[in-house]
Design a protein around this ligand. Structure first.
Ligand code: HEM
Length: 498
């Protein structure tokens, strides 16, 4: 009897699911629901989005809709069509709705009247243009202080994981630059060194739980650990504590003022600050790691970078004297960074579809996007790993973004047509990363140059291959390795000279 009841319940559920299930309408992209009702492709998507989307692209082409945990996500992988999406008005394709979901799920942040466009417009100037030279100077000072400290200043060989070392130095210097220092006295940086190390250690542990937190799959023990880490970080980033810090950046002043104007309570302000710490520091350290690793694996690239640096230093006494525009114009370095980011930056660009919307591809095909679905671009698959645009896309070529005459290369083609978005580590359009100039010029470049000028460094096991990616991080910016790479370093006996 019970078996009969069970079978009839199962049949009813299946008939109900078949009745409710979504079908492809005329002009909509190919629909792939997966085999598991409701869940669809969620498991494969979360496990390795790049492999999954590459498989779907081979099956369906550049546009398709997949079911993921009850949601329908239309994926667009045609770089010629990206401009339609990234510049579409926010009352058709909305950026804020999904951002709000993630803010709440990962950082427990809900802001009243939060409008990302208004916030971006207000903050943009503080990380760009006329503020860049002062950010560069502060970053230079903080990087130098950290790299001069304790064991890092020893002339005997020291060992560390390259990822831990790089992320640590970059996050600590970036944090001190934007969030200010413990005291006005920059000549006695002991407290800043200790405090920033503490922030880094807490942040790293939290960062390691973030992907599971974004997907809502933390175990009970991990949830407890994440809650504790957040409490600690919120305390470190308490609004009043931050207000008392010295040498605060104009970005921090403006952001705190903005939160006050929105009448955000003090505890919510600390949460928003942790979100900002992640947004401003979560990518540059991992990006610097990959760049250094590629340099260590490709001596010809290291030699080219050193040659360019030597040339620059012929005109000035030291790195601190190089002007902002010369810093920006280091074309070999820029190409190495572009190539390194092409291989390792993998953000999703996500929009909520607020109204039924036509999407015309470059070949003239027109698809209809359905209201209520989510639209997702994944530039890592195309253009970045597209072999038509970048031959041998898996291979690191330091001069891929250089013309034969040494100028910056910006012309790339697919099917005979010039591709505007030939790489997209920073996103594009209205939501492009506003910290990208600070990240390139005043952070990654300065750090790598300071390291080259002041240290000898080498891989501990040069024969070891490049580590695999932590595949759970696809979609969230610069990837991280699934294990660290040991290296050793020692201060040069004549630092500052090559
Ligand atoms: C290699 C380093 C970096 C990469 C690859 C990167 C990439 C990105 C990407 C892809 C986005 C999202 C764009 C979108 O959603 O369409 C973004 C947003 C953002 N980035 Fe960066 N970024 C980097 C470093 C930085 C730095 C150093 C700062 C600041 C000092 C910064 C500040 C921001 C901010 C404030 C946002 C907006 C966040 C939001 O409103 O939710 N980024 N970045």
């Amino acid at each position: 009897m019970s078996v009969v009841i069970l079978v009839s319940i199962l049949l009813t559920v299946l008939v109900w699911a078949a009745f409710l299930q979504r079908n492809r309408r005329k002009n909509e992209p190919p629909l792939d629901r997966g085999f598991i009702p409701w869940l669809g492709h969620a498991l494969e998507f979360g496990r390795d989005a790049a492999a999954f989307l590459t498989r779907m692209k081979a099956k369906h082409g550049d546009v398709f809709t997949v079911q993921v945990a009850g949601r329908f996500v239309t994926v667009l992988l045609d770089p010629f069509s990206y401009d339609h999406v990234v510049w579409e008005s926010s009352n058709k394709l909305d950026f804020g709705k999904y951002a709000k979901i993630l803010m709440e799920r990962m950082f427990d942040v809900t802001l009243p009247d939060f409008d990302p466009a208004v916030e971006k417009a207000m903050l943009r100037s503080h990380l760009q243009n006329q503020n860049l030279p002062s950010l560069t100077r502060t970053m230079f000072r903080n990087l130098s202080t950290i790299l001069n400290d304790g064991s890092m200043s020893a002339t005997t060989w020291q060992e560390d994981g390259l990822f831990n070392f790089t992320y640590g130095v970059m996050l600590r210097a970036g944090y001190l630059t934007l969030f200010g220092s413990e005291s006005v006295q920059l000549s006695a940086p002991g407290r800043d060194l200790q405090h920033s190390l503490h922030v880094y250690r807490e942040f790293r542990k939290f960062d390691q739980l973030l992907m599971k937190s974004a997907r809502g799959i933390l175990s009970a023990a991990e949830k407890k650990e994440a809650a504790l880490l957040k409490e600690n970080l919120w305390q470190l980033l308490d609004a009043n504590t931050l207000r008392r810090r010295a040498n605060r950046s104009s970005w921090l002043e403006a952001y705190q003022h903005h939160l006050e104007e929105l009448k955000v309570p003090r505890d919510m302000q600390s949460r928003a600050m942790l979100l900002q710490l992640w947004a401003t520091q979560g990518n540059a350290g991992p990006a610097a790691f990959w760049l250094l690793l590629f340099l260590l694996k490709h001596p010809e690239a290291m030699a080219a970078i050193e040659g360019e640096l030597k040339m620059m230093l012929q005109k000035v006494k030291g790195l601190e004297e190089i002007g902002q525009s010369e810093l920006e114009s280091a074309t070999i370095f820029n190409s190495v960074l572009e190539e390194s980011l092409r291989l390792t930056a993998a953000p999703f660009i996500t929009r909520e579809v607020l109204t039924d919307l036509p999407l015309r591809l470059v070949d003239g095909t027109e698809y209809l996007l359905r209201r209520g679905d989510r639209l997702c671009l994944f530039p890592y698959v195309s253009p970045q790993m597209d072999q038509e645009i970048h031959p041998e896309p898996q291979v690191f070529r330091y001069n891929r973004f250089l013309n034969a005459d040494g100028t910056e290369k910006r012309e790339f083609y697919k099917k005979g047509r010039r591709v505007k978005h030939f790489t997209m580590p920073w996103g594009a359009g209205a939501n492009v990363c506003m910290g990208r100039f600070h990240a390139i010029t005043s952070s990654i470049k300065l750090f790598v140059w300071l390291l080259i000028l002041n240290f000898e460094f080498e891989l501990k096991n040069p024969a070891e291959g490049i580590p695999d990616f932590d595949r759970s991080r696809y979609g969230f910016g610069v990837l991280q390795p699934d294990g660290d790479v040991q290296f050793r370093y020692r201060r040069r006996s004549h630092p500052g000279r090559l």
